[in-house]
Design a protein around this ligand. Structure first.
Ligand SMILES: *Cc1c(COP(=O)(O)O)cnc(C)c1O
Length: 395
């Protein structure tokens, strides 16, 4: 058996930090993945909301091939053209002022925290500022990102983390107000909480945060790493709320599968925060990663990906609600666009995910009791029908 051999080999050398599903994936085509035994899977996980354009998109593949043959890395000591092109496209899509490219989501969060601290340092003339983060949030696994992640299980073995972080309740403006004082430099939240269980921000909450931050000259940081890059039918989920952050983080689908992240600053934060010498990265913004970002934006425009997500969302939502009516273990649906969660009661979510895998469907969990669907943005109606059929069989 090929699969078990490969798994045994992997476990011999790769540090066991994940309890992986027992399949070895080999290649992808469109919205389907194939394992080493040639079994086919419909992919509603997209590598955790990364592969927005699915697999083996011809324009994307060609752009990467060409860039690999030309130049992959030069460091940030020099300029490169893919970085300036990718930068222009990020700013055009967001309407924001400046961008810094990173290698991952967590690294984008780290840079954002430093930018916020530097902003307040310049504002007050001294350091020692605090940050308000949200309960049940997820911002990544590095020490700084963990410090603002509201999940005890992820944090506990690594305490003490970065100091000066206070937690408030997501979608509860009063709980944020209760934590505000003169030391606060930023409020950080996901526009839609992902790992925590797919909780979209209430419009009033985001509007309230914006007002509060403006009144106190505090930076509003929105983490768009999972919900951004078209997943809600807008480039960035905050655009659907009409509430602009001072800094946003982006990663996951940004490079369509190549590891790349970014933090993006509005005029105010860009004008007074990180300066030469304050921050850096060896790989960040390298030509290969930025060629990926650049071509992702081009394809989104050419193939009207945002419109497609908006057009197909009602069908996805209706299909999921139909499934809920037939299965009493599904008790609620939450989400926006192609970022959907189904709350499961009375049985472990992990069991459903494993069954789905056996039935040729990749889905993931979120929080403790949520089935998460974050498919490639190029799915069609047929794929939704197929997903519902396979999920039914798994329930
Ligand atoms: C995945 C994720 C991160 C961390 O990104 P990595 O690339 O895994 O470091 C941060 N914030 C949110 C909202 C995420 O979904």
């Amino acid at each position: 058996m090929k699969t078990t051999d490969y798994i045994e080999r992997s476990e011999k050398n790769i540090l066991h930090t994940y309890n992986r599903y027992q399949i070895v994936l080999d290649r992808g085509e469109g919205v389907y993945l194939y394992d080493v035994d040639d079994k086919k899977y419909l992919d509603f996980a997209a590598g955790i909301a990364v592969n927005g354009l699915g697999y083996h998109h011809p324009i994307y593949t060609k752009a990467l091939q060409e860039q690999a043959a030309r130049l992959t890395h030069i460091s940030n000591l020099y300029y490169n053209t893919p970085m300036m092109e990718a930068g222009e496209k990020v700013l055009k899509a967001s309407g924001m002022a400046k961008v810094f490219f990173t290698n991952s989501g967590a690294e984008a969060i780290e840079g954002t925290l430093k930018a916020a601290k530097k902003y307040a340092f310049l504002r007050d003339g001294h350091a020692g500022h605090s940050i308000i983060a949200m309960e049940h949030s997820f911002h990544g696994r590095t020490v700084g990102a963990l410090s603002v992640t509201g999940n005890t299980h992820y944090r506990e073995p690594f305490e003490p983390l970065m100091g000066g972080v206070r937690f408030a309740r997501f979608n509860d403006l009063d709980s944020v107000k209760a934590q505000i004082d003169d030391t606060v430099c930023a409020v950080i939240a996901e526009t839609i909480q992902g790992e925590g269980g797919i909780y979209p921000a209430d419009p009033d909450f985001l509007t309230g945060l914006r007002q509060l931050c403006d009144e106190r000259d505090i930076l509003l940081i929105l983490d768009e790493i999972q919900c951004g890059m078209g997943r809600t039918g807008h480039y960035f989920a905050w655009q659907g709320y009409g509430v602009e952050p001072d800094i946003m983080t982006c990663a996951k689908a940004l490079g369509g599968g190549v590891p790349v992240g970014a933090f993006v600053l509005g005029e105010k934060a860009a004008a007074r925060s990180l300066e030469p010498g304050d921050h850096g990265t060896t790989y960040g913004g390298n030509p290969l990663a930025c060629a990926a970002v650049s071509t992702v934006f081009d394809i989104y425009e050419q193939e009207h990906i945002l419109e497609h997500v908006r057009d197909l969302t009602p069908y996805l939502e209706e299909s999921l609600e139909g499934l809920m009516r037939e299965h009493s273990c599904l008790t609620a649906r939450r989400g926006k666009g192609f970022m959907q969660g189904l709350v499961v009661e009375g049985r472990p979510v992990g069991e459903i995910v494993t069954r789905a895998l056996e039935n040729g469907l990749l889905i993931i969990s979120a929080g403790t009791d949520v089935l998460r669907l974050v498919p490639p943005l190029i799915i069609e109606k047929d794929h939704i029908d197929e997903m519902i059929g396979r999920l039914k069989a798994s329930l």
